[in-house]
Design a protein around this ligand. Structure first.
Ligand SMILES: [Zn+2]
Length: 413
């Protein structure tokens, strides 16, 4: 078997896709359902049609194109990602997985190798949550996690609903209920994505085989004390919520570092202090904690440790501490068989690879509970993503797409 992906063709397509951009010179900004997104979709549709494939678009704006196999009743092997970006994002996040799936399917098509199962390429809408602040909205709608009611409720900062924006764009969100993903029609889903972290680069490995995607729990800690004069209040008589919060943040870092699973990470990324004035002991401090792990046990133990530390802090510093549960998504285990096939294909090509986990969520996570799902990662320079500096080298992209093509072919035989 030999599949030859045309990496120059893919790179020139990536350049063209990057041109559909609302902020030229300041990274890539291409929100779903925007004028730039509309142009990018036309471009993808033209690519599909040049391959002789018909494009279908569902009520949430997810695009799919299908190449039949020899058995019309066989379930399809699907690959795809997203083309929407964050504000001033990079040109590789999502785009590489979408164009990579197109290139992989085109390479399989051009090889003329016999194949039983159909191949499908998908582009999922609104993955980044840039419009409505909710990630994976397109793939959530596809698997029925977001209904029409959710799409009516999700709003842009200007107050436009997802359903409304879809209707304006000529989509029919009402039709989504009748077009949900039917798991029995999909044999496997494989997504290629940039790693968005430093593991592959630091190990000098060009491809990662993802085994699990970390779950996330977001907590908000609210600490209330007594505001008072910064000069006249003795240190022993203070009820300072910010000093208490600082102690708790240190404890949170320690808890994650000492977590029994060894893979837990915890981040305090947002803090509000009231009144935030230099000569007043604060009245109230609120901060978020983002806890992630591929094992529930790690998240549980850190969250329990935070509760305990918060109680102790409230007692010892005479402040009130509330730990509020904001949101949660469970860890996602990817398919072991697909990981094994990917490993075999990587060995055959003499690619160095690493089995690894993902700290970020991807469209593949919506498929994993329903159909066998795999992911392939390729390195991100300096681990940077969601910034204009986001970069993945041509050679690494070539390896990732070659591996994707091999895996899709193996699964579709
Ligand atoms: Zn992405």
């Amino acid at each position: 078997m030999s599949l030859n992906v045309d990496i120059s063709r893919l790179m020139s397509r990536l350049e063209i896709l990057s041109g559909f951009n609302a902020t030229p010179g300041k990274g890539i900004t291409r929100f779903s359902y925007s004028p730039e997104d509309r142009e990018a979709r036309k471009y993808l549709e033209a690519l599909f049609s040049s391959m002789g494939l018909k494009t279908t678009v569902d009520g949430a704006g997810n695009m799919r194109a299908r190449l039949e196999g020899s058995d019309p009743g066989a379930p399809a092997v699907l690959s795809g990602s997203h083309i929407d970006t964050v504000l001033h994002g990079g040109k590789y996040d999502g785009a590489v997985g979408t164009l990579g799936a197109i290139e992989a399917v085109q390479a399989i098509m051009e090889s003329g190798l016999p194949r039983r199962c159909p191949l499908e390429v998908a582009m999922f809408a609104e993955e980044e949550g840039s419009n409505f602040g909710s990630t994976l909205a397109g793939s959530k709608a596809l698997v029925g996690k977001y209904t029409l009611a959710h799409m009516e409720k999700l709003k842009t900062p200007e107050g436009k609903s997802m359903a409304g924006l879809l209707r304006e764009g000529g989509y029919t969100p009402e039709s989504m209920a009748d077009n949900l993903l039917r798991p029995e029609t999909i044999k496997a889903m494989v997504e290629l994505h940039i790693e968005q972290s430093v593991v592959l680069e630091s190990r000098g490995v060009p491809v990662g085989i993802v085994e699990a995607v970390a779950g996330i729990r977001v907590l908000e800690i609210r600490i209330r004390g007594v505001p008072n004069h910064a000069g006249a209040t003795p240190m022993t008589l203070r009820q300072d919520p910010l000093a208490a919060g600082a102690r708790l943040m240190g404890t949170i870092e320690d808890l994650a570092k000492k977590s029994a699973t060894g893979s837990t990470v915890a981040t305090v990324g947002k803090i509000l202090c009231r009144p935030n004035v230099s000569n007043i002991i604060p009245e109230e401090v609120t901060f978020t904690v983002d806890i992630r792990d591929v094992q529930d046990a790690g998240i549980e133990s850190v969250a329990a440790g935070i509760e305990k530390a918060a109680e102790a802090l409230a007692a010892s510093r005479d402040v009130s501490v509330d730990v509020v549960h904001i949101s949660e998504s469970a860890p996602v285990l990817l398919d072991g068989h697909i990981a094994g096939v990917t490993e075999t294909c990587a060995r055959r090509r003499n690619f160095r690879y690493a089995r690894m986990n993902s700290g970020a969520v991807h469209d593949a996570c919506m498929f994993a509970p329903l159909v066998p799902t795999g992911m392939i990662f390729i390195p991100s320079k300096g681990g940077r993503s969601h910034v204009p500096e986001e970069f993945t080298g041509k050679e690494d992209i070539g390896k990732g797409v070659s591996l994707l093509a091999d895996v899709l072919y193996e699964l579709s035989k």
